[in-house]
Design a protein around this ligand. Structure first.
Ligand SMILES: Cc1cc2nc3c(=O)[nH]c(=O)nc-3n(C[C@H](O)[C@H](O)[C@H](O)COP(=O)(O)OP(=O)(O)OC[C@H]3O[C@@H](n4cnc5c(N)ncnc54)[C@H](O)[C@@H]3O)c2cc1C
Length: 451
């Protein structure tokens, strides 16, 4: 099996390191790669959409699992799929939508693998209804450090440690996933504006449960009375009857088409994303949104994955890359959220991609991120002066409020705060010590945070 030594980064492109990249094409090759990954260990990698350093391993091996991408069985009656962990959610949508099924949870990009979705226990706009991805995984096959393949399901320590375990319990080879039935590939969308953060939280609390999907884009440059103003978007899968007779005759209601714009240029001028340009963009985006509109029809890519239409959009932040900061604080910690939003907006951080969402119940994965409460995610250019110290202070506020930072987005959290943020961390470490005493599975994230 060929292995090249190459630079590897996360989607934010902040901390590149060099590793031996191995691309197994069979389960036997994956087992051989685990056996031979060397003293610096190895880490499985999917499509590299984790923003930080979770799927990289300085001086060691990285197992690119996208070569194992077969869809084995679809139960079109019962709504389950058994597939390799290297299959992307994009591919699952292409194959499953025409059959009337959708993935149970999708993040803001469909270019993630099933292995990455389980490894980070990803959440989507439907967390308040459906929980995280792994809640819908009926079982998975895991290749562990001893070269054995285990079939594991809910309620077992190995499953709960693997759900959100950031690839550190082993290589997920396959998964059986329960699907969401749909009658069309369109979304029925309601949009409304919220004038400030309190208005936004009140709207989310009062009516989130009316819709399967819900998320708010928030203007973090707005200040004063407008602090936290937002555009709230909610949606549901459009039932067939809602399309009307003419629309049904005109198009296949389950067709899945994906627009593709030209790729972002490799390098953009420094300062393109300044406070001024982002402020103008935010103003335009807020004003362009209808004050209140219901019943608009949107495609799945437009509703869930608008950024996927622009290949390599992460280049707009220039050579220095960008940090995505995502935290959650529980219900009842609204004051912490208000304080943090105020601090970000007073600091005039140029973030045009900022979303607030209300999570439902926590998921059983030991390192799973969601807690019932509020999660805020924002992109920030890594070159912003004083960014590290500022985010360290926010981490402390989040930890003091019983909240946590999302490991799939992280590239900078300090290890001291991790135990407070993830109370099952000791169980995770103990299981790893027993399962993998030689530390075969290792990543830059694991080294930095002593996972
Ligand atoms: C534009 C954008 C929007 C996003 N929106 C969201 C969102 O709404 N919600 C959300 O939760 N996340 C979101 N993310 C983050 C993304 O969903 C996760 O980081 C996901 O894990 C990426 O999957 P991947 O296949 O690219 O995995 P990678 O980034 O390659 O790896 C991520 C982790 O999964 C592990 N892993 C990968 N494959 C396997 C395997 N076969 N076996 C075991 N472990 C494995 C890796 O070791 C690593 O720890 C977003 C990312 C982007 C770029």
């Amino acid at each position: 099996m060929a292995a090249d030594t190459v630079p590897v980064t996360g989607w934010g492109r902040t901390a590149p390191t060099t590793a031996r990249l191995i691309r197994p094409r069979t389960y036997e090759e994956a087992a051989a790669a685990v056996r031979n990954c060397g003293v610096r260990g190895g880490i499985p990698r999917g499509l590299g959409r984790a923003y930080g350093d979770a799927a990289q391993n300085a001086g060691g091996s990285v197992l690119d699992m996208t070569g194992l991408d077969r869809i084995h069985t679809i139960d079109a009656g019962g709504g389950t799929v058994l597939c390799d962990a290297g299959v992307s959610l994009h591919r699952l949508m292409e194959v499953l939508l025409p059959l009337g099924w959708f993935v149970p949870v999708t993040p803001g990009t469909r270019f993630v693998t099933v292995g990455g979705a389980i490894g980070a226990d990803i959440h989507g706009k439907n967390h308040h209804v459906s929980g995280s991805f792994t809640r819908h995984v009926l079982s998975l096959e895991l290749l562990t450090a001893d070269g054995e393949i285990h079939t594991v399901g809910h309620g077992t320590p190995l499953f709960e440690a693997t759900a959100g375990g950031m690839g550190l319990t082993g290589v997920i080879l396959t998964a059986t996933i329960r699907l969401q039935p749909v009658e069309t590939s369109l979304m029925r969308v309601a949009t409304e504006r919220a004038t400030d953060l309190d208005d936004l939280m009140a709207r989310l609390t009062a009516t989130d449960h009316h819709h399967r999907y819900s998320v708010a884009w928030i203007d973090l440059l707005a200040r004063g009375a407008a602090t936290g103003r937002a555009v709230l978007t909610r949606g549901d899968h459009a039932p067939l009857e809602s399309l009307g007779r003419r629309a049904r005759a005109r198009r296949d209601p389950l067709a899945f088409r994906t627009p593709r714009l030209p790729a972002a240029p490799a390098f953009l001028p420094q300062g393109l994303l300044s406070r001024t340009t982002v402020g103008l963009f935010n103003e335009f985006w807020y004003r362009k949104a209808p004050r209140a509109r219901t019943g608009a029809l949107q495609t799945i890519p437009a509703f869930f994955h608008p950024l996927d239409g622009v290949p390599h959009w992460n280049r707009v932040y220039g050579r220095g890359g960008f940090v995505q900061y995502q935290f959650v604080v529980g219900q009842g910690q609204e004051d912490t959220l208000r304080r943090i939003v105020n601090r970000i907006s007073q600091r005039r951080c140029p973030s045009f991609l900022a979303v607030l969402k209300r999570f439902g119940d926590a998921d059983p994965g030991w390192l799973s991120f969601p807690l019932p409460g509020w999660t805020l995610a924002l992109d920030l250019p890594a070159s912003l002066p004083g960014l590290g110290g500022f985010l360290d202070e926010l981490d402390e506020e989040v930890a003091a409020a019983g909240g946590r930072v999302y490991l799939a987005k992280d590239s900078r959290l300090r290890p001291e705060l991790l135990t407070a943020m993830y109370p099952r961390l000791d169980d995770f470490r103990a299981l790893r010590a027993e399962l993998d005493p030689r530390g075969v599975f290792m990543s830059d994230l694991a080294r930095r945070l002593d996972l």
